[in-house]
Design a protein around this ligand. Sequence first.
Ligand code: SF4
Length: 321
Amino acid sequence: MSAPVLSVRDLVVEFATSRGVAHAVNSVSFDLEPGERLGLVGESGSGKTTTALALMRLIRPPGRIVGGSVVIDGVDVIAAATAALRRLRGARIALVPQGAMNALNPVLTIATQFEDLFAAHGQPCTRARIAELLASVGLDPGVADRHPHELSGGMKQRVCIALAVALRPAVIVADEPTSALDVIVQKQVLRTLARVQRELGAAVVMVGHDMGLMAQFAHRVGVMYAGRLVELGDVRRIFADPRHPYTRMLIDSLPGFGQRGVFKGIPGVAPSLLAPPPGCPFHPRCPRAGAVCSAELPPPLDLPDGRIVRCHFAQEAADAA
Ligand code: SF4
């Protein structure tokens, strides 16, 4: 196992609202190895996008990172001075944003957006380099002279990937990069992201809610619920034998080929982040819940197969397997 390229420890993000404090991300910790692809999944409001944005310190008020560290190259992104943070963003950790439709500047050509990025990091930017970057994501060099509105959704998302990898970052944070695209283009964009990431040797944290897409893309998966990582481990192990009841229900809710009739959902709704239930936040929806579940928050449990699970009965399930 090589040294992690990114270390996240006890990350906590809160949002101040008129009804109180929403605990969006609670004690999230994980390491990322060079070249590794980690998928963060969960329902809306589970904290996956907030976690991803916090990795780059992009949480805007009323949100606030109130604790934890995100270390890359020995520098803590959360505590870094503004100048150091500017040097890290784009060059060492870069974002492929959600909704490429709005991520690009509508009044600038694509070439100018590349030039601005390189200039912000004091690096030269040639037309040949822009053409090379566009080609790396399957786009014609002529795209450089176009404005964003002249490109399709898939092309814009590819431009965002090319911008994210332009300075050869060690970590790429991809926030639902395919959510606004149709199924065919989704697959093409994911393949492009995986290929450029491999060529670069960069690690990826990809946020998504589609377990099927994650299964094809990620090496490891982190399942989030109510702002906490409830299961983290190898993607094949998690899909073959999920140890957290929420993970199992997420996987069971995936439609199969030829499936007819009513699809299986997860009963109940995600808890309020303003006042999450006591104990395990999943207990009101959990078919496995026991008396301890509404009284005590399950601690993260390290299983022998390298997985980390937050469930009072995870060890029992591992012993029985
Ligand atoms: Fe279900 Fe209890 Fe495990 Fe929470 S701790 S997931 S309520 S069994």
